[in-house]
Design a binder for this molecule. Structure first.
Ligand SMILES: C[S@@+](CC[C@H](N)C(=O)[O-])C[C@H]1O[C@@H](n2cnc3c(N)ncnc32)[C@H](O)[C@@H]1O
Length: 213
C-alpha cells in the first residue's frame, strides 16, 4: 500500500514536471531534440555553423542559449572547452546527462543569460544558435542590443550567430515581425565592435553571421 502510494506520488510529480516543461517551452527536451533532428533547415544551419565558425583547437567557446546542448556537444570535438549557458535549468540538466552518456568531458553547462552569461574565464568565440531571436522577440531591437552587448563584454574575438533572421528585401511582409532583419543584427554587432566576415544564408529567414573584432 505504502509502495503503491509512493509510485502514484512519483508518477504525479513526473506528470507535473512534464507539464511545467510544456508550459515553458511548448515541449520537452527530448521532443526538442527529435524536432531538431528532423528539421532540415536546422540541420543545414548547424552544418554551416560547424563548417564556417573559425574555432581553433585551443579555443574556449561559449554556446549561449545552449538549450539541450546540441551545438555545444558538436563543438566539443573542435576545441579545448565549451561552456554552455542557458536560463532554462531543466534543459541544462538534460544537456549534462547527454554529455555524460557520450563521455564528453570538455563541456560544462550552467545557468547564464545573454545579458549576464555567468562566465569568469576568458572566451575566444561566442556561438548563439537559434537563441538571440528570442531576445528580439521579447523586447525588440533594444533587448537584442542588450543581449549582444552582454556577450561582447566577454571580449571574444569572434561571435557566430546562427539564427532566425530576415534576409529578404526591406518591406517583406509581416511573417518576420518576431525575428530581426539580418541588417539589424549586423548593425548591433558592429555597434559592439565586430565586423561581419562571413554570411551564410540558409533560407530567407535563417542564416549564419560570423563577426570578428
Ligand atoms: C530554440 S532554443 C535553441 C537551443 C540551442 N542553441 C540549439 O541550437 O538547439 C533557444 C534557447 O535560448 C534560451 N534562451 C532564451 N532567452 C535566453 C536568455 N535571455 N539568455 C540565455 N538563453 C536564453 C532558451 O531557454 C532556449 O533554450
Amino acid at each position: 500500500m505504502i509502495l503503491e502510494t509512493l509510485i502514484l506520488q512519483h508518477i504525479l510529480v513526473a506528470v507535473l514536471m512534464a507539464d511545467t516543461e510544456r508550459e515553458y517551452h511548448g515541449y520537452t527536451a527530448m521532443d526538442y531534440d527529435a524536432d531538431c533532428e528532423a528539421d532540415e533547415v536546422y540541420q543545414r544551419c548547424l552544418s554551416a555553423l560547424l563548417t564556417h565558425a573559425p574555432i581553433d583547437r585551443d579555443d574556449t567557446v561559449l554556446d549561449i542559449g545552449t538549450g539541450t546542448g546540441i551545438v555545444a556537444l558538436e563543438l566539443a570535438s573542435k576545441c579545448e572547452h565549451v561552456i554552455g549557458r542557458d536560463i532554462y535549468d531543466e534543459w541544462l540538466q538534460y544537456a549534462r546527462e547527454k554529455a555524460t552518456e557520450r563521455g564528453i568531458e570538455n563541456v560544462s553547462f550552467d545557468h547564464g543569460s545573454f545579458r549576464e552569461p555567468n562566465v569568469d574565464e576568458p572566451v575566444d568565440v561566442v556561438v548563439a544558435s537559434y537563441a538571440l531571436y528570442m531576445a528580439y522577440d521579447e523586447g525588440g531591437e533594444d533587448e537584442l542590443r542588450a543581449a549582444i552587448d552582454g556577450l561582447a563584454g566577454l571580449q571574444p574575438h569572434c561571435v557566430v550567430v546562427a539564427d532566425k533572421m530576415c534576409f529578404g528585401p526591406t518591406g517583406t511582409p509581416s511573417d518576420y515581425e518576431t525575428v530581426p532583419r539580418m541588417g539589424t543584427v549586423a548593425n548591433l554587432l558592429a555597434g559592439a565592435g565586430f565586423t561581419l566576415t562571413d554570411v551564410e544564408i540558409i533560407t530567407e529567414s535563417v542564416g549564419v553571421l560570423i563577426a570578428t573584432r
